[in-house]
Design a protein around this ligand. Sequence first.
Ligand code: ADP
Length: 246
Amino acid sequence: MSALLEVSGISVSFDGFRAINDLSLAIGERELRAIIGPNGAGKTTFMDIVTGKTRPDSGRVLWGEHFIDLVGMDEARIARAGIGRKFQRPTVFEAQTVEENLHLALRNPRGPFAVLFSRRRPEDAARVAAIATEIGLAEELPRLAGELSHGQKQWLEIGMLLAQEPRLLLVDEPAAGMTPAEREHTTALLRRLAEHRAVVVVEHDMEFVRRLDCRVTVLHEGRVLAEGSLDHVTSNPEVIDVYLGR
Ligand code: ADP
């Protein structure tokens, strides 16, 4: 598998504390990857660096077949380059329907009042339908987003990210707060999404990670502690020590 994202030797300190410590990690095209690790391991900071929110003190973040270094690029440009990030809290437009939310995402309006005057373009209807099917919300298109369940809102937000056609999606704790049925839907959705783009999932819930059935990277103290199948990494004595806090 050729690497789509290759993070090489990145470090970043906050007030002298090394949150990321010479971290190297590669994600392949259409790979599904889980990143786990105890609190403070550097998972959020890693995503902040990849998306341009935090600039590393050193190291490179190489992107795509031309190995473009994303370090120093602003967040909007990195998003346009094809990296989408799903935060934990859904931020859909609650007073708009699912369909309107997807139309809005396709128009990608800018500015706080964009929602007021940019609704839909007829030529986007087919893409809206395709995205709604991909996220499993085709039946919910006429409903107000505010009436959706927590899980459905999360899927809608993923759909809104898909409108930007990312080649890499970073997803922060997708299963948090979900019912068992929603978690199952989310597992299937993430696996399906990774058939067409790379998906990196940061997750605490081991049972959820097990169901994703993908390569796992364990972060600890800002570096990679172990990588491989979940069974492989969880049988690593260092990983066991870290999780049991010894
Ligand atoms: P995780 O997401 O794995 O829980 P984080 O990336 O949030 O870990 O944090 C890694 C470490 O860096 C933590 O010790 C955290 O307190 C510290 N940290 C993260 N961001 C900042 C910041 N902006 N200022 C100071 N310390 C930070």
